[in-house]
Design a protein around this ligand. Structure first.
Ligand code: GLC
Length: 466
């Protein structure tokens, strides 16, 4: 399996038929979830404005898109070498990896550990003790506990950095709420937890976001990669910006005069900028989340919320008598029961076939659904996932136009992008509509950017330090 799988270009597969709602009442009821070209244009302008505010020294405090400089300036050249540990925390799972980089080649051992709900919401010390415990178990199993291995820490939350090995958590996202971590340097918290155990030794060489890891892991193979994108539990993008545009830059001005910027675009909308396209469904998702009023763009797009958005629409349409003969189910009425993977499954049916759709509806206790209902359920899934793909495509067009590089590969990772049958093509379609003439782009699936990217950032750091 190659490191970065190239996805088919949009032109090869423009035939993304949206299923037909079976009545005009159904279509009307979903209309508010369909973005008009004018609305897309307004999202584009507003996001660009927030990014520019984020990059400005005097304006950063008011910006919703914070554009954190990452201190990663060099991209990999494909010749990085060495053995590295990587930690990857950013969703419901936590991973420890041991990565061997040899000229143009990767070897990797890894183990996944769950992050239980009580740890996600408990004291920060508990979280970092858990991480240290997993790391120690892994190091012992690999018989490397006596070595001091360089380590890259992928910590995928908004952090303000003042160097490659310091990252202060600004705010938790994606369902985490551990106390005592916001405002703190997560590298220090990690090192302290490891010292408390005293049975392994590490040397943290770099702390990074998953978008950075994704960009780096694609850039290792494809040297024109200048954007890293995640559409998974959360959504976010990073890109390579010229230092002269980064007023907050306090690092070295040595060549290359560029730095990766972690946009944290998931927070776009936090000051009401998306109010003109928010629906009641979006407001409900937001109100019932653990971070109301925050991460609005993310809540319209990412895997943590997509299934629930579909459920809310289905529930409302059922109440209005437009679905399932007006008869829902207890499961459908319960928050969180329509998983985002169901959206992928329903849309993976060939048009006119409802095999996956019926399986999903059975899980939800909706065996009484007719073929017409199945067609409409698919329509709702498509409406919600299209909106998400178009919003991400708009965000990418902003970055590509801003960079003005003639050829750019965008490294992409995350379960929604990886598994959804149409999101890739829909994003390409949207970007093509907004991109400046003369700019060519390609979206490339990054294989395990968070893990490999951590090793690459650590490797590039040691290469440039020596
Ligand atoms: C959330 C985090 C961000 C991360 C993204 C994707 O938006 O705040 O740091 O990159 O999720 O995992």
């Amino acid at each position: 399996m190659p490191e970065c799988l190239r996805q088919p270009a949009a032109e090869e597969d423009r035939d993304i038929m949206i299923s037909t709602p079976t009545s005009s009442r159904m279509e009307e009821a979903c209309q508010e979830l369909v973005l008009t070209p004018g609305q897309i244009q307004d999202v584009y302008s507003s996001l660009l404005a927030q990014i520019n505010l984020g990059l400005g020294r005097a304006t950063n405090a008011h910006a919703t898109v914070k554009c954190f400089p990452t201190y990663v300036k060099e991209l990999p050249n494909g010749h990085e070498q060495g053995r590295f540990l990587a930690l990857d925390l950013g969703g419901t799972n936590f991973r420890v990896l041991l990565i061997q980089l040899a000229d143009g080649d990767f070897k990797m051992e890894s183990r996944i550990f769950a992050v239980p709900q009580n740890i996600m919401a408990g004291p920060g010390v508990g979280l970092f003790d858990h991480i240290a415990e997993c790391l120690s178990a892994f190091a012992h199993a690999q018989h490397i506990e006596k070595e001091v291995l360089p380590l890259g820490f992928t910590f995928s939350f908004p952090c303000s950095q003042h160097g490659l090995t310091e990252a202060r958590l600004v705010q938790w996202t994606k369902g985490f709420s551990c106390s005592g971590v916001e405002g703190e340097d997560v590298v220090r918290l990690l090192e302290e937890a490891i010292q408390r155990r005293g049975d392994v030794q590490i040397k943290v060489c770099a702390v990074l976001n998953d978008t950075t890891g994704t960009l780096m892991s694609c850039a290792w193979k494809k040297h024109d990669t200048y954007v890293g994108l995640i559409i998974g539990t959360g959504t976010n993008a990073c890109y390579v910006e010229r230092l002269e545009n980064v007023e907050l830059w306090d690092g070295s001005w040595e060549e290359p005069r560029q730095v990766l910027i972690n946009t944290e675009w998931g927070a776009f909308g936090n000051k009401g900028e998306l109010g003109f396209i928010l629906t009641d469904y979006d407001r409900e998702i937001d109100q019932h989340s653990i971070n109301p009023g925050r991460q609005l763009f993310e809540k319209m797009i990412s895997g943590m919320y997509m299934g629930e958005l579909v459920r809310l629409v289905l529930q409302r349409l059922t109440k209005r008598g437009l679905l399932f003969g007006g008869l829902g189910s207890d499961t459908l009425a319960e928050k969180g029961t329509f998983f985002t993977k169901y959206v992928t499954e329903v849309e993976s049916d060939t048009p006119g076939d409802y095999t996956n759709c019926r399986m999903v509806l059975e899980e939800l206790g909706l065996e009484h659904a007719t073929d017409e209902d199945c067609e409409n359920v698919r329509y709702v899934c498509e409406i919600v996932s299209r909106r998400a793909a178009f919003l991400v495509g708009t965000g990418l067009a902003v970055l590509l136009n801003k960079m003005e590089r003639p050829n750019v590969t965008v490294g992409v990772d995350g379960s929604v992008y990886r598994f959804h049958p149409h999101v890739h093509n829909l994003m390409c379609e949207q970007i093509s509509k907004l991109i400046k003439p003369g700019i060519k782009f390609e979206l490339m699936l990054s294989e395990d950017g968070s893990g490999r990217g951590a090793a690459l950032v650590a490797a590039v750091a040691s290469r440039t330090a020596s």
